[in-house]
Design a protein around this ligand. Structure first.
Ligand code: AMP
Length: 188
C-alpha cells in the first residue's frame, strides 16, 4: 500500500483531545510506514488535526475537496496536493481511486456515509482494497453492535461482515490492512 484514505469528522467533537490524539497517533503510524494520506481536504475538526499531524510527520497529504460542500468547511491551504472536484459523489470516487485502503476515524454522518460506500463497493467487487475502522475509545461500539445484529439476522453475509477490519490500535490496524486478502470471488 502506498496511500490510505482516512474518513473522519469535520467537527472537533466534545470528548476532549481523545479523537484528535488518535488522529495524531494514526498520522505518526502513516509516517513510520511511509504511507501517503488521502482525505477530504478540510481544515476543520478531526480532519484538520489529522492533516496537520500527517504533514508535520512528513507524509504526502492529498486533499479531495468539492467546490461547494454545502457546509461551512474550509479547504486546508498547506497540503502537499489539493484536488478540487465537482461534487460530494466525485469526492468519494476520487478518494477511492487514489487510495489503496480506507480507514474511518470518529466522525459523523459524512464519515459513516464514506465508509459504507467504500465497504459496499468492496462487497460488489468494485475494488479489492481493505476497509477499516479505528475504534477510538469505543466510539463505534454501537455501530459494531448493529452490524453484529444485522449479521446474526442474516442481513449481512458473514464474509461481508468479516471484510471490515476493526482495531483500537493504529499500528495493529495498518498491519491487518497490509495483510488483507480480498475474497477470491463474489458470494451471496
Ligand atoms: P462528518 O463526518 O459529517 O463530520 O463529515 C466528514 C466529511 O465528510 C466532511 O468533509 C463532509 O463534507 C464529508 N461528507 C459529508 N457528506 C458526504 C457525502 N455524501 N459524500 C462525501 N463526503 C461527504
Amino acid at each position: 500500500m502506498q496511500s490510505i484514505a482516512v474518513y473522519c469528522g469535520a467537527r472537533a467533537g466534545t470528548r476532549g483531545a481523545l479523537f484528535h490524539d488518535a488522529a495524531r497517533a494514526l498520522a505518526d503510524c502513516f509516517a513510520r510506514a511511509g504511507l501517503g494520506l488521502v482525505y477530504g481536504g478540510s481544515d476543520n475538526g478531526v480532519m484538520g488535526t489529522l492533516a496537520n499531524a500527517a504533514l508535520d510527520a512528513g507524509c504526502h497529504v492529498t486533499g479531495v475537496m468539492p467546490r461547494d460542500t454545502g457546509l461551512k468547511e474550509q479547504a486546508h491551504e498547506g497540503l502537499s496536493e489539493l484536488v478540487w472536484v465537482g461534487s460530494m459523489t466525485e469526492r468519494k470516487q476520487e478518494m477511492m481511486r487514489l487510495a489503496d485502503g480506507f480507514i474511518a476515524l470518529p466522525g459523523g454522518v459524512g464519515t459513516l456515509e464514506e465508509l459504507f460506500e467504500a465497504w459496499s463497493c468492496a462487497q460488489l467487487d468494485m475494488h479489492r482494497k481493505p476497509c477499516a475502522l479505528l475504534n477510538v475509545d469505543g466510539y463505534f461500539d454501537g455501530l459494531l453492535a448493529f452490524i453484529s445484529g444485522a449479521r446474526a439476522s442474516g442481513m449481512i453475509a458473514p464474509a461481508y461482515a468479516d471484510m471490515l477490519i476493526v482495531e483500537s490500535d493504529p499500528d495493529m490496524l495498518l498491519t491487518r490492512m497490509t495483510a488483507y486478502q480480498p475474497p477470491q470471488s463474489r458470494w451471496r
